[in-house]
Design a protein around this ligand. Structure first.
Ligand code: AMP
Length: 207
């Protein structure tokens, strides 16, 4: 099961990704997580990526594609994988297609106002768990006990920039997957459980 998860920042990709990989036992490949991990470890890639991420800009394609290509070459991706936050440009989609085809591109739509509320109240854990201050008021993760943090790029002005870039880059990617007959669009303005019910129905059909 080879899945690509598309959607604006805050559309709920991360929350669905956690549920999908738990249910279908496939590796979760999040390019954003990969960069944050590199930043935490102080690698050269991390330092380079941070200079773009902090401004809400995309990291250049060659760096992102290399990371994804390396990860997809690992044995655990043979059965399938979930790509979260990749591709973000049409060039990345074309490069991915040279490496492997995919079974489905799930596109989560979301109202910009809802997205802004989700992202400004988001609290993240390094284990990948996500919380919102409206429904979770603790400072530590209930899964791993880690201290929750606000992502550097979850500041209102950076969020705006990320949303603008998304709007400018997504159409050709959607057209690319539509032409391949693998695009499925879902309304992401619902609870995580409601969206996942749809996601499961779709993925069960493919499996
Ligand atoms: P995310 O966690 O997916 O929201 O990604 C956080 C940030 O990492 C993005 O705003 C970009 O700066 C960078 N990033 C993640 N994935 C990509 C990608 N596929 N292409 C370019 N930049 C990316």
């Amino acid at each position: 099961m080879k899945i690509v998860l598309l959607g604006a920042p805050g559309a709920g990709k991360g929350s669905q990704a956690v549920k999908i990989v738990e249910h279908y036992k496939i590796p979760h490949i999040s390019t954003g997580d990969a960069f944050r991990d590199n930043i935490a470890r102080g690698t050269q890639i991390g330092v380079y990526a941070k200079s773009f991420m902090d401004k809400g800009q995309l990291v250049p394609d060659d760096v992102v594609v290399k990371i994804v290509a390396e990860r997809l070459s690992k044995d655990d991706c043979k059965r399938g994988f979930l790509l979260d936050g990749f591709p973000r440009t049409i060039n990345q989609a074309v490069e991915l297609d040279k490496i492997t085809g995919i079974d489905v591109a799930l596109n989560l739509t979301a109202d910009p106002e809802i997205v802004m509320k989700r992202l400004t109240g988001r609290r993240s854990c390094k284990c990948g768990a996500l919380y919102h201050i409206a429904t979770y008021d603790k400072e530590t993760c209930e899964k791993c006990g880690g201290t929750l943090y606000i992502r550097d790029d979850d500041k209102p002005e950076t969020i705006k920039k990320r949303l603008d870039i998304y709007a400018q880059t997504i159409d050709p990617i959607l057209e690319f997957y539509e032409a391949k007959g693998v695009l499925i669009t879902l309304n992401g303005d619902r609870t995580v459980a409601e969206v996942f019910e749809d996601v499961r129905r779709i993925l069960d059909d493919i499996d």
